[in-house]
Design a protein around this ligand. Structure first.
Ligand code: TRP
Length: 476
């Protein structure tokens, strides 16, 4: 396979940081806490962890492997691999679905990253000092209620992403991630310590996160006394979707990064490192946020606003809160930034490969397209908050969703798991044993290779299938 025309990572460490930068993002710090909160806490988190280890890590490994062997953007990499395995190039569809999913995700991701951007000046100006829960909620509603302001921040974030991508991957990104990722990690620990020692509700948060109450997961909106509640598999589906989303797998982002990986690097240990770091950050974010939620009698199921309401309250009451608060949202922006990079990169690399245009042109063109798409999400929080485009699909999970909700649900809960399923099938059943062994450097008898092969052959496909069947109500 001819080497990638886009360049290579300068070291294994930089690849790990970039891939961890892709994985750690709004998914961990913003989405994980509120989704866990909406689905009852502990049992959801247990399902999430199960999905990360039984499905997520094997798929991540497969993605890195396919990327490195294919040496191109996901669409062309899958084409190369299909040719190598003497199969129909229909397998390219994995790459196509990834490009579509990447555009959809980035379009709403940028809007949420815009919220984080907007909170930086708010923190700096002391908007939250001494603030109570109710006012913090009002500040947040004031922000998302104003479409023009949201559009402004969304535009700024997209520009930030376009600029970095246009300049190529090694220059800005490699340096940025090596500073920002450790800093984010440390700040989260500071916040967890704060939550542990000063919120007075740390244990309540811990119990919420780690007491597995399956009733709350399977029977949402239902008290333990009720007996006639409707079963729902949606919670488990959300746990799996979140695992895919948070690990950045199922759309080819990690495949793209794998294509830039030097041949002599161990894929297995890299995948495990990235996934463990990602999971740790999600759990730390939960430990930082839930105690504050309970200490201030907020609702853990309050939805996407959770982090933007609960954390400012904590910062507003903490010594040096203005400083830490500013830093936190700054780092949240950087975490989102390094993630967004991996959403746009596959699209841009594909445009460069196939259309023979420059990287800058590709980045600007696709960036504008995604920016436009993002306007649908901007409006979902204000002017169109009551507009449910698929309302005619009554009784389905699609009916009561705004554009933002739809894009989120469609990508996380459907496109990523299905993408991951086919990535698993290709890596496990289509690719030749020799190619697999060569990429994974597996000399028989290699236990970690055998374990992975078992997981990716049986557990991943069966797991994804079961969760889907469960979600459409087959087992209820
Ligand atoms: N994992 C990132 C987060 O947790 C989001 C993300 C970046 C992503 N690239 C991706 C999600 C590719 C799915 C696929 O915020």
């Amino acid at each position: 396979m001819q080497q990638s025309p886009h360049g290579q990572w300068s070291s294994r460490w930089v690849f790990i940081l970039a891939a961890t930068g892709s994985a750690v993002g709004l998914g961990n710090i913003w989405k994980f806490p509120y989704t866990a909160g909406e689905n009852g806490g502990g049992a959801f988190i247990l399902m999430y962890l199960l999905c990360v280890f039984a499905i997520g890590i094997p798929v991540m490994l497969a993605e890195i492997m396919l990327g490195r062997r294919g040496q191109r953007s996901p669409i062309n990499a899958m084409h190369n691999l299909a040719v190598e395995a003497e199969q129909h190039s229909i397998w390219k569809l994995i790459g196509w679905s990834g490009v579509v999913a990447g555009c959809l995700i980035l379009s709403f991701y940028s809007v949420i990253a815009g919220w984080a951007l907007a909170y930086i000046p708010k923190m700096l100006l002391g908007t939250f000092s001494g603030i109570e829960a109710e006012q913090a909620g009002a500040v947040f509603k004031g922000l998302i209620g104003n479409a023009w302001i949201l559009l402004l921040w969304h535009t700024l974030f997209m520009l930030m992403v376009i600029v970095v991508i246009a300049r190529g991957l090694e220059k800005g990104l490699e340096r940025a991630v090596s500073v920002l990722m450790p800093a984010l990690f440390m700040l989260l620990i500071v916040l967890v310590l704060y939550a542990a020692f000063s919120s007075g509700a740390f244990m309540q948060g811990v119990h919420f996160m780690f007491d597995a109450d399956f009733h709350a997961l399977f029977y949402p909106n239902c008290t333990p006394e009720q007996t006639d509640c409707a079963f729902s598999g949606q919670g488990v589906l959300s746990a799996m979707g979140l695992a895919f989303f948070s690990l950045s797998i199922g759309m080819g982002a990690i495949m793209m990064y794998g294509a830039y990986l030097p041949k002599d690097t161990s894929i297995t240990s890299s995948a495990v490192t990235i996934a463990v770091a990602d999971t740790l950050v999600a759990l730390l974010a939960g430990l930082a946020i839930f105690p504050i939620v309970f200490a201030n009698h907020l609702d853990p199921a309050e939805g996407p606003g959770l982090v933007f309401v609960s954390l400012p309250i904590a910062f507003g009451h903490m010594d040096g809160g203005m400083f830490f608060g500013t830093l936190f949202f700054l780092l949240l922006v950087f975490a989102a930034w390094t993630s967004a990079f991996s959403l746009l990169e596959p699209v841009v690399a594909w445009l460069v490969e196939s259309w023979k245009i420059s990287r800058a042109q590709a980045a600007i063109g696709s960036g504008i397209f995604i920016w436009l798409l993002g306007i649908l999400s901007v409006l979902s929080f204000n002017a169109w908050s009551e507009f449910k485009p698929l309302a005619f699909l009554a009784e389905t999970p699609f009916a009561d969703k705004t554009f933002f909700d739809l894009f989120d649900y469609l990508t996380s809960n459907i496109m990523l798991p299905i993408g991951g399923l086919f990535i698993a099938i290709f890596a496990a059943w289509v690719m030749t044993q020799a190619a697999r062994r060569e990429e994974l450097d597996a000399e028989p008898p290699d236990m970690s290779y055998k374990t992975w092969l078992f997981l990716i052959r049986y557990i991943t496909p069966i797991g994804v299938a079961l969760v889907f069947l469960n979600a459409i109500g087959v087992f209820s």
